[in-house]
Write a protein that binds this ligand. Sequence first.
Ligand SMILES: [Zn+2]
Length: 144
Amino acid sequence: MQNLTKDTEMHVNKVCIMGMLRKADIKITRQRVYLAGILFNLKQGHFTAEELHDETKQGDLKVSLATVYNTLNHFSQNGLIKTLQVDNQKTFFDRNTAHHYHIKSQNKIEDIAAEDVKIALSPSKIPAGKKIKSIDLIINLCDE
Ligand SMILES: [Zn+2]
């Protein structure tokens, strides 16, 4: 009975992930479903390709780091996740695709709701015929 419940949960989860991939116009492959299954079940919402690759080592499907990178970039291009350039060293990926900002303290990245940040930008700073498409903001914290 326990196993049946677990299988049913896994099945629903997989169906859900396949629906998300289809909605993002991403061709379903075994590896993509597998990687999406892991990343949408990670505890933290922000992760690197290396962290996701480490998670795959516990599963039965072998996936190279290059495949993880390519898959994450593909997911990002299709809007399933966001790419987050925190510094020149590391690229993070973000499951939260809603408009929001980030606060970084040591190596921890957390979300800040867009409505909690006020950005004052003089309209004269925006060239004629252009408008703001998006604003990315990472607030880096250090000890006082
Ligand atoms: Zn985020």
